[in-house]
Design a protein around this ligand. Sequence first.
Ligand code: IPM
Ligand code: MG
Length: 354
Amino acid sequence: MKMRLALIPGDGIGPDIVAEAVKVMGAVGTKFGHKFDYSFYLAGGSALDSVGVPLPESTLLGCQDAEAVLLGAVGGPKWDHLAGEQRPEKALLGLRGGLGLFCNLRPALLYEQLSDACPLRKDLIAGGLDIMVVRELTGGIYFGERGRNEHGDTAFDTMAYSIPEIERIARMAFEIAMKRNKKLMSVDKANILETSRLWRSVVNSMASEYPEVEVDHMYVDNAAMQLVRNPRQFDVIVTENMFGDILSDEASMITGSIGMLPSASLRSDSFGMYEPIHGSAPDIAGKDLANPIATILSVAMMLRYTFTLSEEADAIEQAVGKVLDEGWRTGDIMSEGMKQVGTKEMGSLIARNI
Ligand code: IPM
Ligand code: MG
């Protein structure tokens, strides 16, 4: 198979980790007889520096033309003083909105080999953790009207959701639940927000189409608490944009492996954008210190969701497992008795195990 990819290394450690993903794709190509065609694009701070905008038109067009996008990370303190429209983060929102990527999958998986890094008490995670956060990504308060009054002393952001917007994300979540353990937790704030009441009623009315799926609802504040109290009660969580932003950070932290977690941003066709969930870590950029595993696992998600190459995706995940089993660790996941390696060596080890 020939795959046409748009690569956006971005800022900070982005270029370091994307290079290792490319290395691993090379190994997948050789082993399974595939060809990856790469086009590189600018976004975020690096785009601001070289062309003056966080998301150049050419990047959006190039991504639209590709079958999938792989993104490293964007942002950093260098651009933190900039105003809203000029911030590197705007590139992410522009890509999500511009490409119509309404469904964000953020798996929070505890790696058995790294279970010591989990900050929760051992008995709370006995048996492992494997949660899939399904976050709505192109609606809600992130994309609603915002502004200031004429004096500039009052500001507002608005959260809006339509029935079709809720239906399409709920459908993705139900489908994922069907492929997993048929358990879905919809998270909202229906005791306060009208958008949440609509959300809840749409999810409930769709439940009859999926009689095998056990559907529950939880208020977001309670969900935040339950995630640290008893995380194993969750399987698939579906929620709106901002709640998903917050809960997915929490879910990833309780796995203790933030450098390990990939994500996928999807729409209803096979197109997707894939990226690690961690940030750009500018302090360690270019120093061969970053953990490339989340980006490499994002490639596995890309092969599975966009190209339906599950054998190839499994091969990457197994290679990562094997390298961890053998005791290789980057600095962020290092522990006593393990063998520390840099970004490049970690990428090579995984590539060699494909
Ligand atoms: C994320 C990030 C982004 C978000 C920021 C960088 C715009 O926190 O992907 O979770 O809030 O969605
Ligand atoms: Mg976030």
